[in-house]
Design a binder for this molecule. Sequence first.
Ligand SMILES: Cc1cc2nc3c(=O)[nH]c(=O)nc-3n(C[C@H](O)[C@H](O)[C@H](O)COP(=O)(O)OP(=O)(O)OC[C@H]3O[C@@H](n4cnc5c(N)ncnc54)[C@H](O)[C@@H]3O)c2cc1C
Length: 405
Amino acid sequence: MNAPRQRRAVVIGGSMSGLFAAILLRRAGWNADVYERVDVGLIGRGAGIVTHEEMRAVLRAAGCDPSKDLGVDVTMRRTFDRAGALAGEFVCAQTLTSWDRVFRMLRQQFPDDRYHIGKELARVEQRGDRVVAHFADGTSAEGDLMVGADGFRSNVRGEVLPEVKPLYAGYIAWRGLVDEDVIPPPVHSDIFDAMVFGLPPNEQFISYPVAGRDNDLRPGHRRCNFVWYRPAEEATELRRLLTDANGTFHALGIPPPLVRAEVIASLRDDSRMLLAPQLDAVVSLTPQPFLQPIFDVETTRMAVGRVAIIGDAAFLARPHVAAGVTKAAEDAMALANALRAHDDVAAALAAFECERIPANMRIMQRGRELGGYLQPHLLSPAALAAAERHHTPEAIMSEIAVLDF
Ligand SMILES: Cc1cc2nc3c(=O)[nH]c(=O)nc-3n(C[C@H](O)[C@H](O)[C@H](O)COP(=O)(O)OP(=O)(O)OC[C@H]3O[C@@H](n4cnc5c(N)ncnc54)[C@H](O)[C@@H]3O)c2cc1C
């Protein structure tokens, strides 16, 4: 008698969701290959990531050891007012890691010969209980299941749920990293051991320490990560920010080196005017700040035929809950568990969807609540007044980047 055929998953996207899914599916007895559009390694990408116990649990299930050098541990949160005086402190123990660190941990758990780079999904074909990925280079891959883990502009989602589109939230995040050793000692002692907030009107600034290059956790070799959320009206300010020196408008996000010098100069001017001196120092010392428009993506389905979509491809929540990687990990875990529990793939996908849609909707909703006051031009006066209650030092320090809401 022939041994049962090992079932095969074609995973599109080789970042957080894709690696979590591919590793966990292999552990559940599936054959899984990852197809990533970018044709160079992804190492070196991204910035700081707040971790939660739920993320550690899935890392362990994926064979990683999050107890070893996951990131920088902090126990305090602090808010500084415009003048640099302490406006509040709050105890909150968290490990602050980086996208790069988590990527490396996961990548080590996945075989090189199953991770295919330079493979851009162009089209999805469903044939009964088989699904075929057609790539832009003319090649294809076939399996029993496709996992769309290709981020918030997902081509997989575009193929199976074309009506779901990213919606601009009305604000952007400036982000950046500064080497610890260039931070002046008085600023270092105020900010480096904590998650630190600044609250200009209708804006939010956060900084926290993360590992240095090559996951260096030695004091003096780490980095400070900042995220500064600022309203940007779509037709005017957003257009200005996303237009490069040649006049080209990058609607999908502008590559960091193309951000115009005058845009960076106006960011630094605003930082001097609006932020506490300690926080302004972080912005002014950042060699290359980069910006990301904030979008919402919310789907009504996470499975269509033999295609599952996970992570940002399914739900892009505003970053205030800091749960993007955690929810990607939990989507992947739920998918692998459902496929373990049900031989029938359709039944497994139905169970997976049933578990994950409500969980993701909750995080989406919380992100919208916490980010409401960053969209003053989009909200009614009553809605804005309601959102403002999340903009006090007490609320910010107890509500941002925590999952127990
Ligand atoms: C300002 C900000 C702060 C954040 N802070 C946190 C935080 O503190 N904690 C946290 O958990 N999360 C945070 N996040 C969110 C987190 O970064 C994302 O949720 C997470 O990276 C999503 O992973 P993903 O794999 O689903 O998508 P992505 O990381 O976007 O990966 C998608 C992958 O698919 C590939 N791809 C795209 N199209 C194709 C195609 N057609 N064919 C093949 N491959 C393709 C891409 O190249 C990419 O590698 C933050 C996000 C922002 C913007």
